[in-house]
Design a protein. Structure first.
Length: 265
C-alpha cells in the first residue's frame, strides 16, 4: 500500500475553519513535528510505502493530505476546497500528482463542476463502494454531477454535527464489509442508508471526540489516535493489530491520523 503524507514544517493554528480550531490555542510545533515523525514511522512499520509531497510556506494545513484528492479507479479526483484558507494547496498537490504520473481528471478550469469537494477527507472506499460525505465542506451536488464516479456504488451521507465536518472524522471502513462510526455525526436518514450497505461498529462518544474514527487501516493494522481504549479492544476482538499514535497537536486543528494521509493505491 502506498500513502501520501506531507511534513508539517509550516503547520500551526492560524485561522478557524472548523469548531476544533482556536487561534488562541496554537500548536506546539516541536511536538507536532515529533508526533508526525512517529506517525510516519508507525505507518511504514505497518508495511506501507510513504510518498512525500513537499510542504509549502503559508499553507499550515497542507500536512492534511487526505484533502488533496481521491484516488478513484486509478485516477485522481482533485479537491476543490470550500474553505479559501486551503485553496492554495491545490496547485501544489496537482503538480505532485502529475509529476508522480497520475492522471488528474478534474483539473481546475477544465471539466471541474465547480461544486466543493475536499478529497478523501469526504470520500472513503469500502471495497468498491464509495461512501461520501456532505453538509459542511463537500457538496452533494459535486457527487451527483461527477460522471466519472460510479453512482450505483455510491452511498451519499449527510453530516449533521459541525465537529464531524468531514466523513473521515466519524466513519472508517475496516474492510469491504465492516466500518467503525459515530452515528450521531449523521442525519437519521443517512444512518439508515449506511446501515443498509455496511456493518457498522459504534465508537463511544468520548472516543469519537478523540478522533477514534480517524484511523489508518493497512491490511490488518489499524493506526488510531491515543486515548481510545474501547475501540482498541473492539478492534482486537475483530483480529486487528492496533497502533496508538499521539496526534494531539493535530486534534487542535480538527484532524488526526487518517487526515494526515492519503491512499495512493
Ligand atoms: N484544519 C483542517 C481543516 O479544517 C483539518 C483537516 C482535517 N482533514 C480531514 N480529512 N478531516 O481543513
Amino acid at each position: 500500500m502506498k500513502i501520501l503524507m506531507c511534513r508539517p514544517d509550516y503547520f500551526d493554528i492560524e485561522y478557524e475553519i472548523n469548531p476544533w480550531m482556536s487561534i488562541q490555542r496554537k500548536a506546539n510545533t516541536k511536538k507536532a513535528a515529533e508526533q508526525w515523525n512517529n506517525l510516519h514511522k508507525v505507518i511504514q512499520s505497518c508495511g506501507a510505502h510513504v510518498e512525500l509531497v513537499p510542504p509549502a510556506r503559508s499553507l499550515p494545513d497542507m500536512c492534511f493530505t487526505a484533502n488533496a484528492g481521491l484516488l478513484y479507479k486509478g485516477r485522481i479526483v482533485l479537491a476543490n476546497f470550500k474553505v479559501i484558507e486551503r485553496k492554495g494547496e491545490v496547485p501544489y498537490y496537482e503538480a505532485w500528482f502529475q509529476k508522480a504520473g497520475f492522471k488528474v481528471i478534474n483539473r481546475p478550469g477544465y471539466d471541474q463542476n465547480n461544486a466543493f469537494f475536499e478529497g478523501a477527507g469526504d470520500a472513503l472506499l469500502a471495497g468498491d463502494q464509495l461512501f461520501v460525505g456532505y453538509g459542511f465542506r463537500s457538496e452533494r451536488k459535486f457527487y451527483e454531477e461527477a460522471d466519472y464516479l460510479d453512482h450505483k456504488k455510491m452511498v451519499i451521507c449527510e453530516l449533521a454535527d459541525p465537529y464531524y465536518y468531514h466523513i473521515d472524522t466519524c466513519f472508517c471502513p475496516l474492510n469491504e464489509k465492516q466500518a467503525i462510526w459515530c452515528p450521531k455525526a449523521f442525519t437519521k436518514e443517512s444512518q439508515k442508508r449506511m446501515a443498509d450497505h455496511i456493518e457498522l461498529i459504534e465508537v463511544v462518544e468520548s472516543e469519537a471526540k478523540r478522533f477514534a474514527c480517524n484511523a489508518v487501516v493497512i491490511n490488518k493494522n489499524v493506526v488510531v489516535p491515543s486515548g481510545c481504549p474501547q475501540i482498541t479492544e473492539t478492534l482486537h476482538k475483530h483480529g486487528y493489530i492496533v497502533h496508538a499514535c499521539e496526534v494531539d497537536e493535530y486534534i487542535k486543528s480538527g484532524g488526526a491520523c487518517k487526515c494526515l494521509t492519503m491512499k495512493l493505491d
